[in-house]
Ligand binder design. Sequence first.
Ligand code: UD1
Length: 430
Amino acid sequence: MDKFVITGGNPLKGEIRIGGAKNAAVAIIPAVILAGDVCRLENLPNISDVSVLAKILQELGATVTRISKSTLEIDPRPINTYIARHELVKNMRASYYLYGALLGRFNKARVPMPGGCFFGIRPIDLHLKGFEALGATTKIVENGMVSLDAEKLVGNHIYLDIVSVGATINIMLAAVRAEGVTVIENAAREPHIVDLANFLNSMGADIMGAGTGVIKIRGVKDLHGTTYSIIPDQIEAGTYMAAAAATGGDVMITNVTPKHLESITARLRQMGVTIEEFDDRLRVTRTEPLKACNIKTMPHPGFPTDMQPQAAALLAVAKGISIVTEGVWDNRFQYCDELRKMGASVSVDGKIAVFQGVDKLMGAPVRATDLRAGAAMIIAALMADGVTEIEQIFHIERGYEDIVEKLRGAGAQIRRVSDEPTRGANLMSS
Ligand code: UD1
């Protein structure tokens, strides 16, 4: 099995450049299905989630041309099916954006239930309710295939009982070419929601209010092609901020939007980390011991659940007791078992984890139990005494581009040990 082998103890120094936002990219690539012409997407992260989605669009008939490592040109005009059957779709959580995009283009969609990281039940009831409010009938048919059909889509008022990123995005995708006006209330406000709205508006859509709790979408007949640059990845940036802090480093993190990082910056400062903000970069340094602090994850602009494991890796060695409350997912503390193998003192009760900071973590064989849990293992390994081997790294490579190169560039001792015969199989099971 492929793994990362990390020798801890080196403070990170220098510069780390952040790539495009994974969660924006995985919404914007399917959104291209709605366009009437070629779209050029720039600043895409070089991760397997992006290449898998590009492949899925190709399977549907789109012409996908790789212009550079971070730029794709996609011509959606040749897509002539609303049925996404491929195995690849089942293995990826964000493939659920194919529902909204195919429904928005064809008034029909057949797409398998999504896969992806497992940290509790991940229902799609709000997505389906949203489609129904726009006039679609929704059914789960054989083999977990989701079937959506509408005579035509008509705008409506939709209130989301729970703030859901996925449901907000899917309703936007289905509503953008619907007849009339759709209003989403209690909408998610994450930066990638705003990025998707900006992308759709650059194709001629009429979306207002993205980034607030009320999004108004006036349906348009057609969307044209566009050239669009994806925003920097908030969570990738936060992860390297945490890594720099963990190792007592001094790192300039470039190509970021500091505003998107405010909740992360605030918590790290509380832990005793120094963060200087510039226009599109942040300098992260730490010279004092880490201090305990409490964290509760919440929808944006709260502390992001996708940064919870990485922040907790720091709390494992922060002086005192820290309480981490997971406010979004039911089961996002699986990584705590792995941290314990490295010497962390943590007890978990449901959605609450209590850390009693220890002086040192020790290298150990551990697993990446999901994408962000894997990032937490890397952070823990970078500050641990000795060598840590991290297995199941396909989770990490789904969402972090060039992570070995970026960390090595900042002085980390990390290498990827490959076991070619099982690599393909691992990727397919993520
Ligand atoms: C997205 C992110 C994921 C992040 C999460 C929360 C992508 C591809 N993934 O996931 O990394 O952790 O936002 O910031 O962008 N829920 C329902 N019914 C639904 C949908 C959601 O009850 O139909 C619940 C979920 O169980 C969860 C909460 O709503 O408790 C938030 O989920 P949601 O925001 O939808 O997460 P995702 O879009 O799946």
